[in-house]
Design a protein around this ligand. Structure first.
Ligand SMILES: [Zn+2]
Length: 57
């Protein structure tokens, strides 16, 4: 079961994520969805959520 996650927001103060978010916007404008997803993955990986409901040990 796959669930469409909301696109991650680039946190303020992270230049790397700001850069990825800009690339994502350009990719979105160009209709390049696979690149949009790549940018989302990069941003999400850069700032993993700490309050994940699912814990894998
Ligand atoms: Zn970041």
């Amino acid at each position: 079961m796959s669930f469409p996650l909301p696109p991650p927001q680039a946190p303020l103060g992270c230049a790397q994520c700001a850069n990825w978010a800009r690339t994502r916007q350009q990719a979105q404008a160009a209709g390049d969805l696979s690149r949009v997803i790549d940018m989302n993955v990069l941003i999400r990986r850069h700032h993993p959520p700490t309050d994940s409901p699912r814990r894998t040990l």
